[in-house]
Design a protein around this ligand. Structure first.
Ligand code: ARG
Length: 460
């Protein structure tokens, strides 16, 4: 067995069980690109500051290139006895180029190194997630465009409430996703500060230039406080909080579409390409992808909770517990990207059953609130008009009819204020025409929302 990079003071090696238990190479090798990037910036800075010779720097950089190539070609051997990605790469570099490699860890610790690598990794992941969010938003807007004019029942308490344009409902999701992307951007801005040079926790007496490495790695600035730099993981907590909120939005979308695909609703028909069957019931066609979108939201929330609990009791500065921060983040990112991609595919592969939706619209007195507004326009106080319409609905319920089927005499028996023009307010088609407030489901308001999103997402 080779001596550990930190082995100087030790007389014997760790047991196999301890080695297996403490390693992180099995998962943190995912950070190799960021680790090499960080080492390149660090070596370049060390040479610039006269801490290593230019020739050594060149050898280090060439060696790092070689190692990166080997990793990418699948030829690099990851060793558990070298613990983690940082020591695997440093030790491999030493095997490759000898002495100069031993200077690379000058004024650096794995504590600032891992926080740097992980920030770089999260930064990339955020960019990928945001691009997937935009893609889903576009799929929803295109779906909305295809179904222009389609009225669907709007629900509260999952009971029929008021008529809404399908476009309006789909754009509600687009708005939510926009805030999700905004939260990720905020998180990206806050995490984009460089821990490198904080060393173990206290900084260093060597004349390093932290601004130089920070710039080289695309960070806004070096982190101000070296203890903070190696201790905190609030950037991943924030990242996973954001992902959790996105996951909850997608879970609600999943729930809605699963419901709508049911025989009972029958609002949508997913194509075969986004459906799966049953191993026993030959007739089944299930919306599994959206069920799994709903299901995977559980792990995204779970990953956040894991990290919250992980950080809860940690004294400053670095503690090895923090090694446990990687897998939940990898898991969360993988899940959220899959959820976004599959939701977009689902949106591209469903048909709204407009006939069936139209036939279902008369049920549930969706026009009742519009009727109350009619009375308000006739100077009836809203509370009174609510009561009048409530009694009109009760009459409908007793006769098993709709508000628009009541005769003017019947309506007048409830309130003399009703006039012939009331019929312009009744029925779902009429009712929806009356909406005009900013952000409402009125067709002009929805059309301008559509314009906004088509432009913003560059859809023509
Ligand atoms: N593998 C470790 C992690 O992921 C790297 C930092 C280890 N630092 C230390 N002093 N043991 O957190």
């Amino acid at each position: 067995k080779e001596t550990k990079l930190w082995g100087g003071r030790f007389e014997e090696g760790v047991t196999d069980a301890v080695e297996r238990f403490t390693e992180s190479i099995s998962f943190d090798k995912a950070l190799y690109k960021q680790d090499i990037m960080g080492s390149r910036a660090h070596a370049t800075m060390l040479a610039h500051q006269g801490l290593i010779e230019a020739g050594d720097k060149d050898i280090i950089l060439k060696g790092l290139d070689q190692i990166e190539k080997e990793i990418e070609m699948g030829k690099f051997v990851w060793r558990t006895d070298r613990e983690d990605v940082h020591m695997n790469i440093e030790a491999a570099l030493t095997d490759l180029v000898g002495e100069p490699a031993k200077k690379l860890h000058t004024a650096r610790s794995r504590n600032d190194q891992v926080s740097t690598d992980f920030r770089l990794w999260c930064r990339d992941a955020i960019d990928t997630i945001i691009s997937r969010i935009k893609h889903l938003q576009s799929a929803l807007v295109i779906l909305a465009k295809k179904n222009e004019g389609l009225i669907v029942p709007g629900y509260t308490h999952l009971q029929r409430a008021q008529p809404v344009l399908l476009q309006h409902l789909l754009l509600a999701y687009v708005e939510q996703l926009e805030r999700d992307a905004g939260r990720l951007l905020d998180c990206r801005t806050r995490l984009n500060f460089c821990p490198l040079g904080a060393c173990a926790l206290a900084g260093t007496g060597l004349p390093i230039d932290r601004f130089m490495t920070s710039d080289a790695l695309g960070f806004s600035a070096p982190m101000r406080n070296s203890i903070d730099a190696v201790s905190d993981r609030d950037f991943v907590l924030e990242f996973l909080s954001s992902n959790s909120i996105t996951a909850i939005h997608l879970s609600r979308l999943g729930e809605e579409w699963v419901l709508w695909a049911s025989e009972e609703f029958g609002f949508i028909t997913p194509s075969d390409s986004v459906s799966t069957g049953s191993s026993i019931m030959p007739q089944k066609k299930n919306p599994d992808p959206m069920e799994l979108v709903r299901g995977k939201s559980a792990r995204v929330v779970g990953d956040l909770v894991t990290l919250l609990v992980l950080c809860k009791g940690l004294p400053h500065a670095y503690n090895r517990d923090l090694q446990e921060d990687k897998e939940p983040v990898f898991d969360s990112v993988k899940a959220i990207i899959g959820m976004l991609e599959v939701s977009a595919e689902f949106a591209q592969n469903i048909t709204f059953n407009s006939e069936r939706i139209r036939n279902a619209l008369p049920a549930g007195h969706l026009d009742a609130t519009t009727l109350a507004d009619y009375l308000v326009k006739k100077d009836i106080p809203f509370r009174t008009s609510h009561d009048i319409v409530g009694r009109s609905v009760a009459l409908c319920v007793s006769k098993n009819s709709q508000l628009q089927d009541l005769s003017l005499d019947e309506l007048r028996s409830i309130s003399p204020v009703f006039d012939q023009d009331v019929y312009e307010y009744l029925g779902v088609e009429n009712s929806i025409k009356k909406f005009s407030s900013y952000g409402s489901t009125g067709s002009e308001c929805v059309a301008s929302q559509m314009d906004y999103w088509m432009t913003r997402l560059s859809i023509n």
